[in-house]
Design a protein around this ligand. Structure first.
Ligand code: GTP
Ligand code: MG
Length: 197
C-alpha cells in the first residue's frame, strides 16, 4: 500500500471529542521518545506531519491523521517520562486508557519498544493491560538503525523472554527505523490487510 494523502484532523484530550468513528483506526503508543511520531511520519512519507522532538513529552494529546480519506492514524502521548508530575501522569493515563477502551473503530494498537534498551517493566505492564482488556496489539521495535544488526534479534529475544512469562505467545512484531524506512512496507501491508477485511 502506498499512501497518497495524510491530513492532520484534530487534537483532543477526550475520546468523546475525537472524529466520528466511522473509519478503521490504528494508534501508536509507547514510552516517551521511543519514536511514535517519527514512525507515523515515516509511514506516510511526510517528516512534518506529526510533531517530533529530541526531548521526551512532545506529544501530549490524542492526534488524528486521516489517511487517503479512508482510515486514521493516531499519535498518542508517551508514558514513563520521569519529569511529568503525578497529577499530569494521572490525567494522561485516564485520557489514553479511556480512548483505548472506548474507541470502537480502533483496529489495533502499535506498542513501540526501543530496540536499544533492555526490557522495561513499564512496557511489559502496559502490554499486559492491553491483553487483559482484549485490545488487539502488535509490537514495533524502533530505531534499529542505531543498533548493530546482530543485536536487533538479541534485543527482540530478550523482550520475548520477559513477555513469555505472562503470555502464551509473542504478539506479531515489526522492526522499524524512521531513518532508513525499515518496516514501512511491512507495517503498511499489515494495515492494508485489516482495512481490506
Ligand atoms: P513523545 O511524543 O515525546 O512521547 O515522543 P515520540 O515517541 O513521539 O518520539 P519522536 O518521534 O518525537 O522521536 C524522539 C526522538 O527520537 C527524535 O529525536 C527522533 O528524531 C528520534 N527518532 C525517532 N525514531 C528514530 C529512528 O528510527 N532512528 C533514529 N536514529 N532516531 C529516531
Ligand atoms: Mg510524539
Amino acid at each position: 500500500m502506498k499512501i497518497k494523502e495524510a491530513v492532520f484532523i484534530c487534537s483532543n484530550t477526550d475520546y468523546k471529542r475525537c472524529p466520528r468513528g466511522d473509519k478503521p483506526e490504528y494508534a501508536f503508543i509507547g514510552r516517551s521518545n521511543v519514536g511514535k511520531s517519527s514512525l507515523i511520519n515515516m509511514l506516510v512519507g511526510n517528516k512534518k506531519l506529526a510533531k517530533i522532538s529530541s526531548k521526551p513529552g512532545k506529544t501530549q494529546l490524542i492526534n488524528h491523521f486521516l489517511i487517503d480519506n479512508l482510515w486514521y492514524l493516531v499519535d498518542l502521548p508517551g508514558y514513563g517520562w520521569a519529569k511529568v508530575s503525578k497529577t499530569e501522569r494521572v490525567k494522561w493515563e485516564k485520557m489514553v486508557r479511556d480512548y483505548l477502551l472506548r474507541r470502537e473503530n480502533l483496529q489495533c494498537v502499535f506498542v513501540l519498544i526501543d530496540t536499544r534498551i533492555d526490557p522495561q517493566a513499564i512496557d511489559i505492564n502496559f502490554i499486559n493491560w492491553l491483553g487483559e482488556k482484549g485490545i488487539p496489539l502488535v509490537l514495533v521495535f524502533t530505531k534499529i538503525d542505531k543498533v548493530k544488526t546482530n543485536k536487533v534479534q538479541q534485543s527482540v529475544s530478550k523482550f520475548k523472554k520477559q513477555l513469555l512469562t505472562y503470555w502464551e505467545e509473542m504478539p506479531e512484531y515489526f522492526l522499524s527505523s524512521a531513518v532508513n524506512k525499515a518496516g514501512q512496507n511491512e507495517i503498511l501491508g499489515f494495515i492494508a490487510n485489516i482495512n481490506d477485511n
